[in-house]
Design a protein around this ligand. Structure first.
Ligand SMILES: Nc1ncnc2c1ncn2[C@@H]1O[C@H](COP(=O)(O)OP(=O)(O)OP(=O)(O)O)[C@@H](O)[C@H]1O
Length: 314
């Protein structure tokens, strides 16, 4: 269990983290989301006491800096991964392991676990970004910790690697560990995370269940197909719903529950060939929740010049 209270960090005029408090429960994967520059990395550094700031974070009741053998309690993977420049990956891990009372057997075990068994004698500087991420995870897992704090662990991984990371983190959570993981990949987060901490400009936006986040920040719609789509559109609008036309003649109805749409079709004697609900994605919820808190908002792309058609008259 991680308990963060009143985390606060200011860089000159920028308040990077603004009084954040949240809990991360064991047994589930908790995703940490926020737009670029919203304060995720700073929050993680504050939690580990790597940055000066305010607030307190307890890992199973203890501050990180008070834990006697941190590697055995909290595994970390932060964005900057300092690997030894000349040692092999295996020797790099052995060095860390021996300093923390972890045996060589565990080094080989974690290298196999992350799929680097065949390249463990190579130097990390020759590793691809994806391999370096795997080595970073191996390092985090060395002490078999009950808590993992991972900043963008899927960064640089190919689709197979991402799939592997997702299964791995879900598996580690199912063993009762506490997993706190930041990622930009929202579709991935939707598949990986059970709970979320969402921040914008250093402020808390949401802390809770993923499905609840999607429900809170989006509207699910009702999809209707009918041979009498035109007439039924008028009836729906007359009853206060908003209707948009989707592909292949489907009607996308918002502002009315599926049961009420079905009942209206019954009372209007309208035949339906489809009546279903469409839930919004985590990405839609994220855009809706964090839209106004984005730090760097790009200009709208400039529309291409309209073709005037034919050759210009000289
Ligand atoms: N060392 C620093 N000095 C000054 N400002 C900083 C420093 N580090 C971060 N910031 C500022 O603090 C804010 C939060 O940055 P942070 O890197 O924590 O965000 P983030 O959510 O991790 O971003 P990203 O998703 O792009 O990695 C930003 O406005 C950033 O410019």
């Amino acid at each position: 269990m991680i308990t963060a209270k009143g985390l606060y960090k200011r860089y000159r005029k920028t308040v990077a983290v603004n009084h954040l408090s949240f809990d991360v429960r064991p047994g589930v994967v908790t995703g940490f989301l926020g737009p670029n520059g919203s304060g995720k990395s700073t929050t993680m550094r504050l939690m580990l006491g790597l940055d000066h700031g305010e607030g307190q974070t307890l890992f199973d009741g203890e501050a990180f800096t008070d834990i006697r053998r941190p590697m055995n309690k909290v595994g970390t993977l932060l964005e900057a991964k300092p690997f030894h420049p000349t040692r092999s990956a295996r020797n790099h891990l052995r060095m860390l392991a021996s300093a923390n009372g972890v045996g060589d057997k565990r080094v080989d075990e974690v290298m196999e676990l992350v799929g680097l068994g065949s390249v463990k004698r190579k130097k990390p500087k020759g590793y691809s970004l994806g391999m370096a991420q795997r080595l970073g995870l191996a390092q985090a897992l060395l002490g078999d910790p009950r808590i993992l704090l991972l900043d963008e662990p899927t960064n640089g991984l190919d689709p197979h690697g991402i799939h592997w990371m997702r299964d791995m983190l879900k598996h580690l959570a199912s063993e009762g560990r506490t997993i706190f993981v930041s990622s930009h990949l929202l579709s991935e987060m939707q598949l990986m995370a059970d709970e979320l901490v969402v921040i914008g400009r250093g402020h808390m936006i949401f802390n809770g269940d993923v499905d609840q986040f999607v429900r809170d920040f989006t509207q699910s719609t009702v999809i209707v197909r009918s041979p009498s789509a035109e007439g039924f559109t008028a009836a729906l609008e007359g009853a206060g719903a908003e209707v948009a036309k989707g592909k292949d003649g489907e009607l996308i109805v918002s502002g009315m529950e599926i049961g009420a749409v079905g009942h209206l079709a019954f009372t209007e004697n309208v035949e339906l060939s489809e009546l279903s609900t469409r839930s919004a994605s985590l990405e839609e919820a994220f855009m809706s929740a964090t839209g106004s808190s984005e730090e760097f908002i790009a200009a709208e792309p400039i529309a291409p010049a309209t073709k005037t058609g034919g050759s210009a008259n000289a």
